[in-house]
Design a protein around this ligand. Structure first.
Ligand code: PPS
Length: 292
């Protein structure tokens, strides 16, 4: 992947995107969801893989020889992703023979293919506070050659604040999905910080939303298998098989913490960010925690 050229951001219908996530647009928009599909929707770096793997183990179990050889990308296809060197997300999703099919997306709510709404699919949305997310996304840009050049931390933070990021503005994403949730009972809106604080409680709420009742032993097994350190050491889950990622620069499973932003934001950056945040979130009822 040495010669891989980083993509540029493109303004796509008012949202910053890269070619990789829009070059299969017709197939994405025409994707035929099934009523039992479960869509895991997030702004990047909000805890997608964590929740994906929880759901994978919940529905398909830990000792499942067929799935054990598949990476998380194959188990939970990333709908809009279309790199030339691998099957597209749509193809991977269409090839799934499981029920339910678990499908991942980072699309803003208004870009989600309409069949997911028509089929009344269950959607699990995971949100993460803006500051930790910025830090995680920055390090992900550094190590992932499939993403635009991040520049240094301060210019990255400026672009992030301005919404000049892949999949658009964090503010628009979390608020767009939050608004949709107010009228759509099929959306379960979760927070990374709640998972980090009490994963057992969040697991119970998720199961109740999905109307599944795993045994206490199964719950224990799932929570054990999806611990940060366990996932970090699991080569099928930790993304080490993805060719565009350079683990010498940073790991996909990097720190997994709430509050890591404090080691990156300067006092001045934090003040500016807080002021901007207040303006952007003034009409929102969404509340995030930046520490637990
Ligand atoms: S992606 O690329 O959008 O799919 O990334 P995503 O999976 O949404 O987010 C990656 C961040 O989630 C952290 N993570 C976890 N934290 C705690 N516990 C568990 N089990 C866990 N699994 C994933 C991962 O470490 C990334 O966050 P940072 O802050 O970079 O460490």
């Amino acid at each position: 992947m040495e010669s891989f050229t980083r993509p540029e951001l493109i303004d796509f219908q008012g949202v910053s995107m890269t070619d990789t996530f829009i070059n299969d647009w017709e197939n994405i928009q025409n994707f035929k969801a099934r009523p039992d599909d479960i869509l895991i929707a997030t702004y990047p770096k909000a805890g997608t893989t964590w929740v994906s793997y929880i759901l994978d183990l919940l529905y398909f179990g830990k000792k499942n020889p067929e799935r054990e050889t598949l990476s998380i990308y194959e188990r939970v296809p990333f709908l809009e992703m279309n790199f030339s060197f691998m099957d597209s997300g749509v193809q991977l999703a269409e090839n799934l023979t499981t029920s339910p099919r678990l499908i991942k997306t980072h699309l803003p709510v208004h870009f989600v293919p309409k069949s997911f709404w028509e089929q009344k699919c269950k959607v699990v949305y995971v949100a993460r506070n803006a500051k930790d997310l910025a830090v995680s996304f920055y390090h992900f840009h550094r190590m992932n050659k499939g993403l635009p050049e991040p520049g240094d931390w301060s210019s990255f933070l400026q672009n992030y604040t301005d919404g000049k990021m892949l999949f658009g503005s964090w503010y628009d994403h979390v608020n767009g999905w939050w608004e949709k949730k107010q009228t759509c009972p099929n959306i379960h809106y979760m927070f990374y910080e709640d998972l980090a604080e009490d994963v057992g409680l969040e697991f119970d709420k998720l199961c109740s939303f999905l109307s599944v009742s795993p045994s206490i032993e199964k719950k224990k097994e799932i929570l054990e298998g999806t611990r940060f350190d366990k996932m970090k050491n699991n080569s099928m889950i930790n993304h080490s098989v993805v060719p565009v990622m350079d683990f010498k620069i940073s790991h996909f499973m990097r720190k997994g913490k709430v509050g890591d932003w404090k080691t990156h934001f300067t006092v001045a950056q934090n003040e500016v960010f807080d002021e901007h945040y207040k303006t952007k979130m003034k009409d929102s009822t969404l509340k995030f925690r930046t520490e637990i």
